[in-house]
Design a binder for this molecule. Structure first.
Ligand code: HEC
Ligand SMILES: [Cu+2]
Length: 388
């Protein structure tokens, strides 16, 4: 099993353009449907090049052939040519129909997942991706999926339009609020692939990346069972510092006082926040700000929205973030730097499920605590199959 997200061996890089079906303008093909998209892309590309050359050559030739030779030059009458007219209707029509049929086939195979696909939920928000397995394990900006297995992503957005794009898999789909969108892929090789957001969604749009790790089944089951690799227990300040980047808080909050979409965290600990439930920035205030950002808006930020992390961060993580805010305010205590002992669960990012699938906003009354999750055994099917 891998211990860090980066340790996946053999991750394809841009150097492998010429292997695995890549080309100068296309990255390697790393999904089972990629070749269909590429075939069509290449066909249209080469057909366009050939047609452009033919039309341009004919044009240049005719310009030269029918140039005006003298002032008395008069053009001859042009008569219709049935053969010519029929051919320029029939040939392009056949070409376009051919592209339609090949395209439709590729559309069908890329949009209908096999019935044994494993479903993973994807939530997009400014400016991060959260992946949630069916057993409730949830991971920010990173997923581990089993190699050679169809994976179906059920995607929705918490805020604005985003778009889920994995170049090597040739999948791209808009992700909309209040609606579910689906893509599927099956990766035949292990490796790590970059997810990009391709719908301009605001200031930190270009940082809205995630990674897909295609791993062997053993590693996949280990992640399902234990949550993603966490590197062991951490002191609250370190956990907070890690979450600050891992959960993309840094896309909106600086820690050096510089302006961002949200207020900088530098020196805010203990500052007055008149009108909020606590009145000052303390543990309760920070927890509310993270879980229910709409409950109190920091003056001056009425037009900026902070996404809610309710159901995505557990108590330890919220406490860690508070410790980190103390740290960048010069108010960290001794306790903030102490590594908790013996309690492995403390730093795992595994989470209880947040709500019903159809209504991600409503918390479930009695969520399953991470410790109570059933271990996934290797002889069990990979995931719930889709009933259609
Ligand atoms: C999309 C931008 C955005 C992201 C991402 C974001 N925030 Fe915020 N945050 C804001 C804005 C805007 C405000 C001020 C408005 C408000 O109070 O809701 C704010 C306010 C806060 C405050 C109160 C600050 C103060 O000065 O009183 C805290 C604490 C906070 N966020 C924590 C977090 C944490 C922790 C994360 C990551 C897990 C996070 N935020 C991610 C935009 C963001
Ligand atoms: Cu986006």
């Amino acid at each position: 099993m891998q211990t860090t997200p980066d340790s996946t061996a053999g991750a394809p890089t841009r150097q492998s353009f010429w292997t695995e079906g890549g080309s100068l303008w296309l990255p390697p093909q790393e999904s089972t449907t990629a070749h269909e998209i590429d075939w069509l892309f290449n066909f249209i590309l080469y057909a366009s090049i050939v047609l452009t050359l033919l039309v341009t050559a004919a044009m240049v030739y005719f310009v030269w052939k029918y140039r005006r030779r003298s002032h008395a030059d008069r053009p001859v009458d042009v008569h219709e040519s049935k053969w010519l007219e029929v051919s320029w209707i029939v040939v392009p029509t056949l070409l376009v129909l051919f592209v339609f049929f090949v395209g439709f086939r590729a559309y069908v195979s890329t949009s209908i997942p096999p019935s044994d696909a494993v479903t993973i939920n994807v939530k997009a928000q400014k400016w991060s991706w959260t992946f949630e397995y069916q057993n409730g394990t949830n991971v920010p900006n990173e997923i581990w999926v089993p190699v050679g297995t169809p994976i179906r992503l059920e995607m929705t957005s918490q805020d604005v339009l985003h778009s889920f794009y994995v170049p090597e898999f040739r999948i791209k789909h808009d992700v909309l609020p209040n609606r579910y969108a689906y893509v599927w892929f099956e990766a035949p090789r292990e490796g790590t692939y970059q997810v990009l957001c391709t719908e301009y969604c605001g200031t930190a749009h270009s940082n809205m990346g995630a990674r897909i790790h295609v791993v062997g089944r053993e590693a996949y089951y280990a992640i399902l069972r234990d949550g993603p690799p966490s590197g062991g227990p951490m002191a609250p300040v370190d956990l907070g510092a890690q979450l600050y980047t891992q959960r993309n808080c840094n896309t909106c909050h600086s820690v050096d006082g510089s302006a961002g979409v949200g207020p900088s965290w530098q020196n805010i600990w203990g500052q007055p926040r008149p009108g909020s439930a606590s009145g000052v920035v303390d543990d309760a205030y920070v927890a509310e700000a993270i879980l229910y950002p709409q409950a109190y808006i920091v003056p001056g930020y009425e037009n900026a929205n902070m996404p809610s992390y309710d159901g995505q961060l557990n108590e330890e993580q919220v406490a860690g973030l508070a410790a980190y805010i103390r740290e960048v305010s010069g108010a960290a205590t001794e306790a903030d730097r102490v590594v908790p002992t013996g309690d492995e669960e403390a730093t795992t990012t595994a989470q209880p499920p947040e709500g019903g699938m159809g209504d991600p906003g409503v918390p479930v009354a009695d969520p399953v605590a991470p410790g109570e999750r059933e271990a996934v055994r290797e002889d069990e099917p990979l995931g719930p199959t889709e009933e259609r």
